[in-house]
Ligand binder design. Sequence first.
Ligand SMILES: [Zn+2]
Length: 232
Amino acid sequence: MAGNEFRPWRPGLWRFAFPRMSHGVAAGITDRSCDVEGLRMRLAAPAGLAFAAQPHGASVAALEVPRAPADPLPGCDGLTTRTPGLALIIRSADCLPIVFWDPIQRVVGLIHAGWRGLTAQLPLRALSLLRHVYHSDPAHLWIGIGPAIRPCCYGVGREFLPRFGRFVSTRRGRRVCDLIGYATQQLLAGGVPRAQVVDSGRCTACEPARWYSVRREGEGSGRLLSFVMIRP
Ligand SMILES: [Zn+2]
């Protein structure tokens, strides 16, 4: 599923519109015109914002209290919550922001997955935590994959072949990797129905006026802020 399920929402914010389910959750990402304070104002999360340290690891944590940007939850690249009005936030610029929404258990999650996190099974780890902590059935989950670097722009070295297999291909003489395809395969293997995986279809490196991209701009690039919040 791709296209109009991901669209502009408020100034500087884009959101996922999960079919029939979107009333219970706010999930999306900022563009370059919106920073943390702008997001705080526009999202108006009554229980606050929660940030993770994002060490490019493979840990996900359940969190029911806010964590300031200057004091992010250490050691983890993903957060989950059942607390209405608490907005989980992940920063990215090419890595995949992936949101999770369980409308049955009313639980949300958000992970930051680059190639390291994907090979460490971060999406599956998030599914496992949701199942064990909140009794979420993967068959009920809606997943959103935000703007990230795509095969049009993600040239990789030979060492990606054994890690990513059929998701490495050659385009116009260049070896490229499809991280979105790899992440989707992992989610489907974990029991999420394909029709409930919503892909933004946006490439961070293709639209430099709208998104941040480390590939295009270097490590000094800004970071996009993905968010997910159960509506209070
Ligand atoms: Zn691209």
